[in-house]
Design a binder for this molecule. Structure first.
Ligand code: GMT
Length: 375
């Protein structure tokens, strides 16, 4: 099979789109392709040396005449430079704004027929798509890309509703590194965190933005812990943290809620958890659901965006109405009280992660897309 030269641009700091882009680059490199990351800093998941992965840093000019440093132009220039110097076949950008528009500009600057693939991740449509000052640019980026993918069917539909581009958008689900996300023996963490043997462990992982509705997680947990001994692991950090700390104090849950901040090695935390809650009001996919499921953790999520495409309602977890705390808590309690049902959901979660979201098949789906464009 022909080996390709593939450029990848993403937001390199913590966040699902950057994680997926980096894991994709790593897996494509393992298949022999040459990968060129073009971003403002090294993607944080690029934590090992690969002989065929290169990193090209975007340097933004801070000249005092600029009221706003011109990141988009600097990115497009760097992309054009790499397209020509490295003779890229494909430039795959993750997150439409501004990456798709920069890639199209870069292609024109380079004068080389590099194929532009844009992957929509969620807030680039569900939040930015509502901003009239950006919709035309997002539409342009989508329509002028050679191929466009989105991480769920829900996001495809939302893109047509909000932006209405004249372009076919293909769903390619997210994936995780299944060699990392698997149940591991991390029981020692329980005693280290002061979690007793009889306590159920509920986990929530997010960037603590308002759309994640972390307050609903805490309120649900309050109901669960009034019925059974339990601890809540809150993993991540973000703008809502102060509000959440206050709510935990108001509900007198300080001894039961463990704030872990941003963490790596989440597979160990999932491995000591009995249930994951993701109760967002916007969520195109919910990568943390897939991570948890792969480690055998049943999930409860809201009937929002791509969440119902990840959780199989009544099979691997439950889908609940946004903000319906009583229903969410009742479903959580019934699952946590029934060890047989819990074990069944846990097995089915692992199975689903290994089949519908199998990394090998999804990476191949991207590879086939690249070859289709090049032939
Ligand atoms: O807002 C976030 O949650 C971060 C954002 C990102 O770009 O990293 O996440 C989006 O992309 C992820 C990877 O495709 C998806 O798993 C998340 O569901 C999506 N977030 C939203 O739609 C809110």
């Amino acid at each position: 099979m022909r080996k390709l030269k593939i450029g990848i641009t993403c937001y390199p700091t913590v966040g699902g789109s950057g994680v997926v882009a980096t894991e994709l680059g790593k897996m494509l490199a393992e298949k022999g392709h040459e990968i060129h990351f073009i971003s403002s800093s090294i993607p944080f998941r690029l934590n090992k040396i690969y002989h065929n992965i290169y990193y090209h840093q975007v340097e933004v000019n801070q000249y005092s005449v600029f009221q706003y440093p011109p990141y988009d132009i600097a990115l497009a220039s760097k992309m054009a430079e790499v397209i020509n110097r490295e003779k890229l076949d494909v430039l795959h950008v993750h997150y439409a704004m501004p990456h798709a528009v920069c890639a199209i500009l870069a292609k024109q600057m380079a004068g080389r027929d590099v194929k532009i693939v844009t992957t929509l991740h969620g807030t680039d449509i569900s939040v930015l798509g509502h901003d009239p000052s950006l919709t035309d640019a997002i539409k342009f980026g989508i329509e002028k890309s050679d191929a466009v993918t989105a991480v769920s069917n829900a996001l495809v539909n939302q893109t047509y509703e909000l932006i209405n581009p004249d372009k076919q958008i293909e769903t390619v689900y997210n994936f995780i590194d299944d060699r990392v996300y698997r149940k591991t023996d991390a029981q020692h963490l329980k005693s280290e965190f002061g979690i007793k043997e009889n306590e159920k462990v509920i986990i929530h992982v997010s960037n603590f933005r308002a759309v994640k509705r972390v307050q609903d997680v805490v309120k649900t947990f309050a109901k669960i812990s009034s019925i059974m001994p339990a601890k809540l692991l809150l993993v991540g950090d973000g703008p809502e943290m102060t509000v959440i700390c206050k709510l935990v104090r108001q509900l007198a849950l300080e001894d039961q809620v463990i704030f872990l901040g941003k963490q790596e090695n989440l597979e160990e935390l999932y491995s000591i958890s009995d249930l994951m809650l993701l109760l967002s009001q916007k969520e195109s996919f919910g990568l943390v659901l897939l991570e948890a499921m792969a480690c055998g953790v049943p999930c409860i999520g809201t009937n929002i965006g791509g969440i119902p495409e990840v959780i199989q309602d009544g099979e691997t977890g439950f889908i609940c109405e946004l903000g319906n705390i009583s229903d969410i808590a009742n479903k959580a309690i019934s699952l946590l009280e029934d060890s047989q049902l819990h074990q069944q959901f846990s097995h089915q979660s692992i199975k689903l992660a290994e089949t519908k979201f199998k990394s090998e098949a999804i990476v191949q789906q991207y590879e086939e897309l690249y070859f289709r464009l090049l032939n």
